[in-house]
Ligand binder design. Structure first.
Ligand code: NAI
Length: 332
């Protein structure tokens, strides 16, 4: 069986080739991002493998269907970028990697919180320039602060465990509260209460119609002034323009992002020799209290190994039974 892997980076080749050893799978790697044009590269394949910023809208799926593709194997947990209806109508199964390493993203979330709090990103540059002044670097004790976690699934639960180790008071909002989190001391509250009480808010929910621009002007107006906001879920959970207004007014005191609404045009590419074409993103970079990483939350050795192994397990199960191990189904 031939599988065409899109948005393939050198690390994907290493981990995927390792996971394919001992199977008869023929993996073809394409650096190109998947879209209606590049989809034609999959001519002759039975399955394609895609990542978070690949375009899996109706137009791409129609091309994949014409090529006879039967399986879309996502190398991600999130599937908000897939037109599931179009896939179902075309008879194409969609698989994902539901849990590869919640630790990778939860730990990166904590890295952003601590760096923003203690201004490590600024201290690093200062010390290298021989500037040992401490002005502007003052942080706060994590101990005793109120952390509000939006979405206590796999990642949110690991995050709750880490933050409870710091001695934070933990609030959460999730339509499906978790007994494991409650046992950790997490108090489930309504979103409004979380917004108004938390010193640190972290977003760990999926991007759905309900969570699209969950953090907008109205939500920002309810925040505790000077709050730290972290988004390591999906960019569009936050209305970026509203957040810039919140940073300018001081309502948001620090912002950590691993994801960005329009990241598909920027992230995972080296643009250091050209320029950033996105003025909203460029504006974000001008704030000293904003720290952005380019969707690297998942990027640990353990997570990449697990992603490759689960992806191959999805494909081999599809080959033998006609259904992947971890199918993505249309919501009822
Ligand atoms: P999960 O499915 O285990 O947990 C998601 C939780 O969000 C569930 O408990 C669900 O009930 C909750 N939720 C759903 N709608 C909500 C709403 N309206 N408000 C609050 N909570 C809501 O997913 P997991 O593995 O914890 O991942 C969460 C998200 O993190 C993924 O959907 C993905 O978008 C993002 N992610 C980011 C990565 C990165 O590299 N930055 C890597 C992996 C995932």
């Amino acid at each position: 069986m031939r599988i065409d892997v899109f948005s393939a980076k050198p690390h994907d080749l290493v981990f995927m080739q390792h996971a394919t050893q001992g199977t008869a799978l023929d993996m073809q790697f394409h650096e190109a991002r998947l879209n209606p044009d590049t989809a034609r590269l999959a001519q002759g394949a039975q399955a394609i493998c895609a990542f978070v910023n690949d375009d899996l809208g109706g137009a791409t799926i129609s091309v994949l269907s014409d090529l006879g593709i039967k399986l879309i194997a996502l190398r991600s947990a999130g599937f908000n970028h897939v037109d599931l209806r179009a896939a179902q109508a075309a008879g194409i199964a969609v698989a994902r990697v539901p849990a590869y390493s919640p630790h990778s993203v939860a730990e990166h979330t904590v890295a952003l919180i601590l760096a923003l709090n203690r201004k490590t990103h600024r201290a690093f540059n200062r010390v290298r320039e021989g500037n040992f002044a401490l002005d502007g670097l003052m942080g706060f004790d994590m101990h005793g602060k109120v952390a509000g976690i939006v979405g206590t699934g796999l990642i949110g639960t690991v995050l709750a465990r880490i933050l409870s180790g710091f001695g934070c008071e933990l609030l959460a909002y999730d339509p499906y509260p978790s007994a494991e989190c409650e046992a950790l001391g997490v108090h489930y509250v309504e979103m409004d209460e979380l917004l108004g009480r938390a010193d640190i808010i972290t977003l760990q929910c999926p991007l759905t119609p309900d969570t699209h621009h969950l953090i907008d002007d109205a939500a920002i107006a309810r925040l505790k002034p000077g709050v730290m906001l972290i988004n390591t879920s999906r960019g569009a959970v936050v209305d970026t323009r509203a957040v810039i207004r919140g940073l300018k007014s001081g309502q948001i005191g620090a912002l950590g992002l691993d994801v960005y609404e329009e990241e598909a045009d920027l992230f995972f590419e080296d643009m250091s020799q050209s320029f950033i074409p996105d003025d909203v993103f460029a504006r974000l970079l001008t704030f000293p209290n904003v720290l952005i990483t380019g969707h690297q939350g998942f990027f640990t050795r353990e997570a990449l190994r697990a992603i490759a192994e689960t992806t191959i397990a999805n494909i081999t199960e599809f080959q033998s039974s006609g259904a992947p191990l971890h199918p993505v189904k249309l919501p009822d």
